[in-house]
Design a protein. Sequence first.
Lengths: 109, 590
Amino acid sequence: MPPIVDPQKCNGCKGRKETLCEEICPGDLMAFNPETGKAYLRASRDCWDCMSCVKVCPRGALEIRIPYQLGYHKASLRPIMGKNKITWKCRDIFGKEATYSFETRKPSS
Amino acid sequence: MSRMPTAHAIDFALKDVSDVETVEVTADLLIIGGGNAGCFVATEAAKINPGIRTIIAEKADIRRSGACAAGMDAINTYIPKGKTPEDLVRWSRAQVGGGPLREDLALSNAREINECVEDLERWGVPVLRDADGNASYRGKWDISIHGEQLKPIMAEKMLESGADVYNRVAVTALLVNDGRCAGAMGFGVRDGRFYIFRARATVVSTGGAGTLYKSYTADATDSGSQIWMCPYCVGSGYAMGFRQGAELTSLEQRWVATRSKDFCGPIDTISVGYKSAIINARGEHVMDRYKELGGDAAPRYIRANAPMEEWLAGRGPCYCDTTHLSPEAAKGLLVDYLNERPSFVLFLASRGQDITKEPIEIYGSDPYIVGGHTGSGFWVDINRMTTLPGLFAAGETAGGTPNKFVGGCAAEGKLAARGAIAWMRDIPLPALDDAQIAAEKQRVYAPLLRREEDGVSPLEMKERLQRLMDEYAGGSSQYYRTNEERLDYALRHIKMLQSQFAYLRAHDLHELMQAHETMDRVDVAEAVVHHLKARRETRWQGWQTRSDYPERDDIHFDCFVESHRDPATGVVTTFTRPYEQLLPGDRYKA
């Protein structure tokens, strides 16, 4: 069922020729609906769950969910992208929370 | 630097192919596929000759395309102090059951590999090092990295190299003139234009082919592409070269790996790195059964196949036993996953699973054709030129060299760049063949022109192929086994699918890309089945298991299996090439 677009948060990357999620998706799966002004996922079964779209969205409007056939309702995993680090917040189906934070880039030499 | 702008996909109500706008671009060097290998082709080419005009054609966006899109948690091959490139090749040889492998290619890759990893580190990829500056080894050769930004960093370097990057252009065919590669053709997935890239030399670095086989999780759920390999690498590079007569090698050496069950995440290197044994339903150490083959260090195909043999013998399910891990070690393991396959952490959370209390369940993956992992790909010379002059291969597309992984694919990118630049020195810009271009343009847009007619969707044909390959050509549902009769059955139906390409229809540009991906899959699958048929023995159980020839037959098959497709007739023939052992010693031991 990945990824879900939150219509309250998504603004269709107003002013851009392409939404950021549409630009980045390696499967060409994210698209823009001119009627709603929001991004949408074309084909959920083709998603690899790589989370590139989730990482690139500046408004946190995208969330991936494991298909129910594989995992239960409902857990969440959200990245917070820093300049040289990433923080992941995870919540499992029982409400147990965990945070992981680590460096993703060193200043290049 | 120049990144060609992209935009929302146009509404493309095409009526006639003459309405399509054609864009012709000329370059010295064309790189098809801007992934890991393609990045190193571009940066090396710029280093050798900053004046060279390079084009990268990429069907996605180079910042998150190819197998590294989601990130990477390790570099599997980095030669530690005290070891040599020869040692790495000996290990690689033992990991594929003594070969055959191209030791000449493997050695040349191994000699470049550390420099490539250090390039990545200089570019900003965090390589975990101890207080003395030594890389942190998980196993014999693999080091830990924090590679979440690996692909965006590579993309920055591609742009800095000065290459012109055409994102969202799907290449569909090579241009061939006077028996040599003259560039390639394709279409814009967003703008619908027809692109002609004319080049003096071409490197194909499109990655491997996942998605030829049905994944066991692809059962009409939202997880049709829930495989370990990047599902958008469908073998287009193999297909476009094969259709033009470039020789393929070792496609029967399919990559099958032990992966986490129900959500394909990496397992085997993690199992080694965190000393988490593979156990069966009874808690027995599975690899103890393979002691004479090295136990936990047994060849890769043995380790991949072992859990499936347990299932078959009634001793499944199997697990990677993480229950002894301390909370800190478990957290480290989850961070590794977040760097490479973040959604696996979400999967565990969706199962409510604490891996220190409940072990990670494992299973065999569907088979992939990935020449960065096994030896599948184009037969290339030492300069990485395929048997089609002017066409070079790097990374997953270049055959004969298993166990390249990230570092080896990068190394091969450099070698292919050097080879291509040396070769093009005396080569003028090739002329264009108008008839060839017109025919390809017609072929490219045909599914879109048929959009209102009754026909077959790209998804339907993909799934027909995947089920056929799974059941008849040794997929996971058959515990990777196949035989002559099943392979003949598969070939008959592949021919049927090829004869039905004319019924494919696409409603938009995205579906048009899928139509071409599906045709590429079918053509690569045909080659795979021919290779499986030609190797009448079982050399790598799991990777290649023939129920009708269950033993290894060194008298006839201690050699490479090759295939060639006649570009004029489409007839595929197979033959063998001898294996040359360059490094003396026991081939079965590292």
